[in-house]
Design a protein around this ligand. Sequence first.
Ligand SMILES: *Cc1c(COP(=O)(O)O)cnc(C)c1O
Length: 369
Amino acid sequence: MLLFTPGPTPVPESVRQAMATPTIHHRTPEFEAIFKEARERLLKLLGMDECVMIASSGTGAMQACMLNLCKSKALTVNAGKFGERFGKIADAMGRDKVELSYEWNTPCSVADVENALNENADIDAIFIQVCESAGGLRHPVEAIAKRAKEINPDIMIVADGITAVGVERIDISNIDALVTGSQKALMLPPGLAMIGLSQAAVEKIGKGEDYYFNLASEIKKQQQNTTAYTAATTLIIGLNAIFDAIEEEGVDALYANTAARACATQAALEAIGFSMYPQTPAPSMSTVFDEDAEPIRKLLKTKYGVNMAGGQDHLKGKIFRINQMGLIPVYESAWVVNAIELALADLGRRAFDGTAGRVFNETYFEKSN
Ligand SMILES: *Cc1c(COP(=O)(O)O)cnc(C)c1O
């Protein structure tokens, strides 16, 4: 079965092999050398001044940012499950919040953020997804961050890049915290969260807040190539292995291949009559709106060996999401669009004529030349 859900993503063989070595103790020069290497490579990938790795799923890192970077009031952007989660974290952590809500296909606008900041001078941090995975939606995070800093240079911009880091180049000029997790574009098992931080964020963190998610104590330890609590040693070994795999072709090639696959998938699906769900699709996943999406997804799973994701809440049964994150062999993506065309024929919706495969191949060839 091909795993084509936008997280978790498949773990490459070389990474699984690297993680199969005997467990080593985390307080040893041997592990510190591994940690140092992973940390340097992560800093380079994120492009930020500082970074921390935490043993938790991605949500832990989102919560750590709320605790350590928002002191008075949060502005959260809810255009799907993950943006909604930032709002719920604010509530759970006792932070006042203003929430901007959108339909899940609609990106947040710079003007709305501007209005919210002008009406609420006490907002000191903005929480937004780079890609909102509920609908595969790309928010204009860079433009929002730039405008917000013009209005209030001290504001913290927390960007959830869990389905954007390792997918596309993000302009981090005005971003203070960039969150990611192991099980998406980094093709690792779940359980490692990572946060890139600006110097301004490090200063605002100060002594930090919370016990387990105290970013000040993590920064202090991790600058010495160790962690405050037991490190996720196996996942950090895996992180070096995935960096090795990415570096075989280079990170720019990874971004270009991801964009080419996303573009070819979209063209192929549009050619057989589908339309994309988000107004501004992110390259991390291809999200298709279809009133009768569930039988297609089911056929792909039972007959064609492809596991795609569906929708949640009001989009349950109405969308399917095809992963584009990671080192995906292009022939697998070509099979996915072909399988969708076959499923349409099975359902009597459209006679099979190979259009999806042809358009995928033509577009991919064009994009990668
Ligand atoms: C997957 C994901 C998360 C993190 O979810 P966890 O299950 O806690 O790892 C957060 N934000 C986005 C946008 C995601 O896609």
